[in-house]
Design a protein around this ligand. Structure first.
Ligand SMILES: [Zn+2]
Length: 111
């Protein structure tokens, strides 16, 4: 079981990448179905890998709510989140749990 502080730290890190991705999305061309390279929003603060999504896919993840993040496949930390969706080997969608979910919701730039 993760400690609260570890969950909180992970959620803050992921929320930071979410803000970066919001900026990436706002500068994307919108030429669907072209892929845009977004930052992996996983809980590993040394991860700077990219995930490829169309702008539509990205928007649909953001619409799911403030506790959902997009990550590279297998960049999942089951002690703080669970997998709720994704698209093959391009990306997975995780839902934050417990304390991490609270922190992520507070930091949501769209709320
Ligand atoms: Zn990652």
């Amino acid at each position: 079981m993760a400690t609260d502080s570890r969950q909180e730290r992970a959620a803050r890190n992921q929320s930071l990448f979410r803000e970066v991705n919001e900026r990436i999305d706002s500068t994307a061309t919108g030429l669907s179905p072209m892929f845009t390279e977004f930052m992996c929003e996983c809980a590993d603060d040394s991860c700077f890998e990219h995930v490829s999504l169309t702008s539509e896919e990205y928007s649909s993840v953001r619409k799911m709510g403030p506790v959902f993040f997009l990550v590279k496949p297998r960049h999942v930390y089951l002690d703080v989140e669970r997998v709720v969706g994704g698209e093959g080997d391009r990306y997975e969608i995780v839902e934050k749990q417990e304390v991490a979910a609270q922190v992520a919701a507070e930091l949501d730039p769209r709320s």
